[in-house]
Write a protein that binds this ligand. Structure first.
Ligand code: ADP
Ligand code: MG
Length: 217
């Protein structure tokens, strides 16, 4: 489903990521990107998402070398194949819940499917909230809208950044179960970046990132 070849990333002269390996994930697998804060988890997640071209190496998603695409084509590819739950959610504040989800169809250039959106909202316990604005929702509801938006286009790859940070044990488990079941429903590969030790058991594969790697002088 995704393939990473020798991926590395440098910000300025600061080497933040160095994966001198070939890593291949298959459809439906559950991958954990773990490591301490600052170890490059978000950087790697964004690289896999097609949001950040790595300084070295290549990334294939569904056989496509994503950084060989133009930026416009990559945006469309991402919309159609990849769902992302950002740490800060990034719901569009001037749009309702329904509009936020329909926007995901629009951005991906796929026909709007209101029935699918309504069914997803019901599954996620958000029925009746479709006309609410993000600011009118609780943190947990906003997070579920963000998950719904990430899976509405039936992505092959579902990515989430620190989805359980700041949540108590019960909520942490609920959110993780929701990500796992949402991924399973669309048969997506799930990739979660997290420093949360509580969630390790939910994954069948992991990439462990080390603390800062320094460039040789
Ligand atoms: P994690 O998600 O594991 O906490 P990040 O990927 O956010 O780690 O960051 C890894 C390292 O890269 C950190 O030292 C961070 O300060 C640095 N970093 C992250 N984003 C940028 C950026 N846009 N420019 C420069 N340095 C960055
Ligand atoms: Mg991070």
């Amino acid at each position: 489903m995704f393939e990473l070849k020798d991926v590395g990333h440098v910000y300025g002269s600061h080497l933040v990521l160095d994966l001198p390996e070939y890593i291949e994930a298959n459809p439906g697998e559950k991958w954990l990107l773990r490591g301490p804060s600052g170890s490059g988890k978000t950087t790697l997640l964004h690289i896999i998402a097609g949001l950040l071209k790595p300084s070295q190496g290549s990334v294939h998603i569904a056989e496509q070398d994503i950084y060989a695409l133009t930026e416009t084509d990559r945006d469309r590819f991402r919309g159609q194949h990849i769902g992302i739950v950002f740490q800060q959610f990034y719901l569009l504040p001037v749009f309702t819940v329904l509009e936020n989800l329909l926007m995901a169809h629009y951005m991906a250039g796929v026909p709007q499917d209101k029935a699918r959106v309504q069914q997803m909202l019901a599954t996620l316990g958000l029925a009746g909230r479709e006309h609410a604005y993000p600011s009118e929702l609780s943190f947990g509801q906003q997070q579920r809208v963000a998950i719904a938006r990430a899976v509405v286009n039936r992505p092959q790859l579902l990515l989430a950044d620190e989805p359980t940070s700041g949540l108590d044990d019960t909520r942490s488990k609920q959110v993780l179960d929701l990500l796992v079941s949402s991924a399973r429903e669309v048969q997506a590969t799930l990739v979660v970046a997290s420093h949360d030790h509580r969630i390790t058991d939910s994954f069948d594969h992991c990439i462990t990132l080390d603390e800062q790697v320094e460039l040789p002088a």
